[in-house]
Design a protein around this ligand. Structure first.
Ligand code: ATP
Length: 478
């Protein structure tokens, strides 16, 4: 398995320099675990969302989508178990009073020297008591070298309030996941569409968690975007193991084929019974090898009928399904593939980053379908009005088809390098020959090769190139 060669610092610096990601509120000194997406980053994010929606909703007969609120009725979160037990084990540095996740602290500690040998159990499997005992026994210290308090469960839900008058405000929450808006709408979806089991409901949208672990860039943020699917089925008619295998194949194929990720940087990890939520019969994480280690990209969980049952009990409203053939009434079971769009974003930047030593350039080899700009257009010289006018015409024409970049600053070599760094697959240069024979130079990002293409064939040429560069299909790995 190849090791990730690019450091997180390199990605963070590139992201800021080229307008992918900025630390949020930087003019006020920033805000922990919060980032804004710049002019180039926002295009990549939109392309990721679009690819997700296209693959999992538009292209499938057995899927529909919804868009529920960020602020739901607060009882939703009591029913789902988030108010009671959506927590992380936190410790406090007894000197600086900074807080850390106990499991993350032990993970860092285990990386030091021979420490990993002291771990007889996977960190994910340690209970709150076991974490406490471990920290005491091994004198695990904070990153500043100070002793820490015993871990306490800290709820991750963001509290907020509805109402303008203080004292009359009612407490509610920003959603901790998008999934519950699917469960609470289950009856509405059944009544308003023609869905029949098995079917899935997909949703893309913001979720919020009070995370304290810092330093993982957009991998772990307070506010993030999720792509969640609830796939409902009748457990008497569909084999859940088969459905899980099918979903594993679909996710793997999406990540490798659609997103163009190197399969050597991906693996499935099955949760042990101790790590798994009590209501889940099987959970897998699709992990990506980020520059700070193997981490969860996508969760895949068989959640039985737990969520629908909980929402039904707390609301007092039926969320049952009636089989149109047999008349049987029952609560469907569900499989949930849940991913963070921002974790996909970081994975793409990491996987696509390469340094071409022979040409001394950084190239972001993003699959063209996801590239923020498909094409860049340059006049060879800025101070030749006839070149600029011809280039502007081509630029305006291409813009009606794709997102296109324009650059006329500096020399042409520097402009190519700037586009390589943001992953633009093709650069079109208008030079003196264009004025004579209506041909342009097309330069390919990955090879730096250039060829002349007649202007009236340019769109056709680019379309062909964009279609043929779809990365090869990689079959599921289990
Ligand atoms: P982790 O163990 O890394 O905290 P999780 O198991 O709590 O993640 P889930 O509750 O399964 O995550 O959420 C589904 C998906 O949402 C995750 O696979 C991840 O891609 C994404 N996600 C969760 N928390 C965050 C976050 N704070 N920032 C960005 N993405 C997140």
């Amino acid at each position: 398995m190849s090791k990730q060669s690019v450091s997180l610092e390199t990605i963070v610096a590139l992201a800021k320099r080229r307008g992918f990601v900025f630390p949020t509120s930087s003019i006020y000194g920033g805000l922990a675990n919060s980032y804004d997406y710049g002019p180039v980053g926002v295009e990549l994010l939109r392309n990721i969302r679009q690819a997700w929606w296209q693959s999992f909703v538009t292209n499938r007969e057995d899927m529909v989508g919804i868009d529920s609120q960020i602020i739901l009725h607060p009882d939703t979160w009591v029913a789902s178990g988030h108010v009671g037990s959506f927590s992380d084990p936190l410790v406090e540095d007894l000197v600086t009073h900074k807080r850390y996740r106990a499991d993350h602290l032990i993970e860092e500690w285990a990386k030091l020297g021979q420490n990993s040998q002291s771990l007889t159990k996977a960190i994910e499997d340690l209970s709150l008591d076991e974490l406490t005992a471990f920290i005491e026994q091994h004198r695990v210290l904070s990153p500043d070298g100070n002793p820490v308090s015993a871990p306490k469960a800290f709820n991750l839900l963001f509290e907020t309030a509805i109402g303008a008058v203080s004292g009359e405000k009612s407490k509610t929450y920003l959603r901790g996941e998008t999934a519950q808006g699917i469960f609470t709408n289950f009856k509405n979806i059944l009544d308003s569409s023609r869905v029949q089991l098995p079917f899935g409901v997909g949703q893309l949208g913001k979720s919020f968690r009070n995370e304290v672990t810092t330093g993982q860039f957009v991998f772990r943020t307070l506010e993030f975007e999720q792509g969640e699917i609830e796939y409902f089925f009748n457990p008497q008619q569909s084999e859940w193991r088969q459905l899980m295998d099918e979903w594993k194949r679909q996710l793997w194929s999406f990540v490798t084929y659609q997103l163009g990720i190197n399969p050597d940087h991906l693996r499935w990890r099955k949760h042990s019974p101790a790590e798994r939520s009590h209501y889940s019969l099987e959970t897998y994480d699709l992990e990506y090898q980020y520059s700070f280690g193997w981490k969860e990209l996508w969760g895949l969980a068989y959640r039985t009928d737990f969520d629908l049952k909980q929402q039904m009990t707390h609301s007092g409203k039926s969320l049952e399904y009636v089989d149109s053939q047999t008349g049987d009434k029952f609560i469907p079971h569900v499989i949930e593939p849940a991913v963070g769009i921002n974790r996909i974003f970081l994975m793409i930047l990491t996987d696509a980053y390469s340094f071409d030593a022979s040409n001394q350039r950084v190239v972001l080899k993003i699959t063209p379908q996801l590239a923020p700009y498909k094409v860049a257009v340059f006049p060879l010289l800025k101070n030749k009005p006839e070149l600029v006018a011809a280039a502007r015409e081509i630029y305006q024409h291409l813009r009606s088809k794709y997102p296109v970049a324009w650059d006329e600053r500096g020399n042409i070599g520097k402009r190519y390098l700037a586009q390589d760094e943001i992953g633009t697959p093709y650069c079109v240069t208008i030079d003196f020959q264009t004025l004579e024979d209506d041909s342009v130079t097309v330069r390919h990002r990955d090879t730096t090769q250039q060829e002349r293409v007649p202007y009236n064939k340019l769109i056709e040429f680019l379309n062909q190139q964009l279609e043929s560069t779809q990365s090869g299909m990689v079959l599921a790995s289990t």
